[in-house]
Design a protein around this ligand. Structure first.
Ligand code: NAG
Ligand code: NAG
Ligand code: NAG
Length: 464
């Protein structure tokens, strides 16, 4: 009886001493011998978590290296990256003597041992990672599972500042099934090292640049039903060159041409046609760049606002040209310029826009003589002319009649010319007003372009 108890005690203490598996004994330092030992001791237990007691947790340490950022899909709000993921954990009790078995480590098929079900929680697409069948088994019981993973993860993308956007995407490594009491996650290396290694091996330098990796503090609260997880934040910055060259610079060129088209004289119909052509060109440009712009439901990039502002400015400047042309060409149908408008525009605004204050030309002032007095004067003049002539024979009656008729005709012509000058004075004043207003609006246009573009540039710069 006591013998039996003793044997039981020995067995219990023995089984407490040894772990999940016992130390392996190889008969010879050959692979067959080690395989035989593994097949006998370890492989049959591949469905069990490699711990001695249920209360023990498997401690999995994880290291990752970002190998490439394959792309970002703004519409689906996903990030596709390629990483190397290294998991390390211990099989409780497993060990063998290096000399006895002939090796320190051996690779075994992953089906033959228990492997933790670590995944990235944000994965939302099927796993297209290449499959690797082996893991490394070390004679200390350490298991190393090193594999590449292609991750399509969901990521809240902020495209407001596109193409100068910086994205912050989260990767959470955790067991999908096991609670924190069963599997605990630990960081294999520091984030600084992860970043350094990643930058060293990243050969896919496409549109995205990895600028930082941050780790969330590892909260190891071991409640009954919590999960142990490792959270990494990848900070990615877009390379904006493509968009600057293809979108922003051409658009700016068109805006500049539009600005300089103000230097064309407004009375030439060309200016309106020119601006119309520009708007047409800009429309084509907008159609083409539609493919390059990211689209999402909830946000509009600032770049769209930039294009909209440019387009709006072109339309406004075309309307302005139409307005000025209307003033200058149809002004003959207008009533004379109201004096207050004339004073306001030609005196004050003209000075404000650096044009000399406009004066009425001499020719017009002369023509302002009252035509009724002119008739008398001219007939008197005619008589005085005839009177002042050297004493010759007075002209015969028919000649005098002829002269009188001529004088009446001249008066009529004079009247007509005066009327014409009066009308042309009105239209000339409108013309001058048109020039001043055109100059004023040109100034306002420049100021507005300057302010709006500076605002957008500042917003971009502050976000970069
Ligand atoms: C290997 O040998 C040691 C001591 O020689 C023993 O304690 C252990 O149980 C053996 N392992 C197996 C799996 O038989
Ligand atoms: C796992 O880590 C916990 C906490 O650090 C520790 O108490 C436990 O012994 C470790 N388990 C193993 C199997 O090493
Ligand atoms: C990234 O986002 C997480 C939350 O989603 C936040 O805690 C973290 O500070 C962000 N990192 C940076 C650098 O903005």
């Amino acid at each position: 009886m006591t013998e039996l108890k003793k044997a039981g005690l020995i067995f219990i203490s023995f089984s407490l001493l040894q772990g999940f598996v016992a130390a392996l004994n190889c008969s010879s330092p050959t692979p067959e011998s080690l395989l035989h030992a593994l097949e006998k001791e370890l492989f049959p237990k591949n469905i069990l978590r490699p711990v001695k007691r249920f209360s023990d947790s498997v401690n999995v340490s994880m290291t990752m290296t970002v190998v490439g950022v394959l792309g970002v899909n703004e519409k689906q709000q996903t990030l596709t990256i390629f990483i190397w993921q290294v998991l390390e954990w211990h099989i409780d009790g497993l060990s063998w003597d290096e000399k006895e078995c002939g090796t320190k480590r051996v690779s075994v098929p992953r089906e033959n041992i228990w492997v933790p079900d670590i995944t990235i929680t944000e994965i939302i697409d099927e796993d297209k990672s290449p499959k690797f069948p082996y893991v490394y088994l070390h004679n200390t019981g350490l298991v190393i599972d090193d594999k590449p993973v292609r991750v399509v993860s969901s990521c809240q993308l902020v495209i407001y500042t596109f193409p100068f956007d910086v994205q912050n995407c989260t990767l959470t490594f955790a067991s999908f099934l096991h609670f924190a009491t069963d599997i605990k996650m630990f960081q294999g290396t520091t984030v600084a090292e992860i970043l350094k290694d990643s930058l060293k091996v990243m050969y896919t330098r496409g549109e995205w640049e990895l600028i930082d990796i941050k780790a969330a503090p590892n909260t190891l609260d071991i409640f009954e039903e919590s999960f142990s997880e490792l959270k990494y934040y990848l900070i990615l910055r877009r390379n904006p060159n493509l968009y600057i060259v293809n979108l922003i610079i051409p658009s700016t060129f068109l805006s500049i041409v539009d600005l300089f088209s103000f230097l064309l004289p407004p009375e030439a119909v060309d200016r309106a046609a020119f601006k119309m052509t520009l708007i047409l060109g800009y429309t084509v440009f907008l159609l083409m760049m539609n493919d390059l712009l990211p689209v999402t439901g909830n946000q509009t990039p600032l770049l769209n606002a930039y294009f909209l502002v440019s387009f709006a400015l072109m339309v406004i400047s075309l309307l302005e040209t139409v307005f000025i042309m209307n003033i200058q060409f149809s002004s003959s149908n207008y009533s004379p310029v109201p004096p207050w408008l004339s004073v306001l525009v030609l005196r004050y605004i003209a000075i404000a826009v650096c044009l000399p204050p406009q004066k009425k030309s001499n020719r017009i002032t002369v023509s302002l003589q009252p035509p009724s007095g002119a008739m008398k004067t001219s007939s008197r003049d005619l008589q005085s002319i005839s009177g002042n002539t050297p004493p010759v024979k007075p002209p015969p009656e028919p000649a005098l009649d002829e002269l009188r008729k001529l004088s009446t005709d001249l008066m009529a012509i004079r009247q007509n010319i005066d009327n014409h000058f009066l009308g042309s004075k009105t239209s000339q004043e409108w013309h001058l007003i048109g020039i001043v207003i055109d100059r004023l609006l040109f100034g306002l246009y420049i100021i507005f372009i300057f302010i709006s573009f500076t605002t957008i540039l500042v917003l971009w710069y502050s976000s970069y």
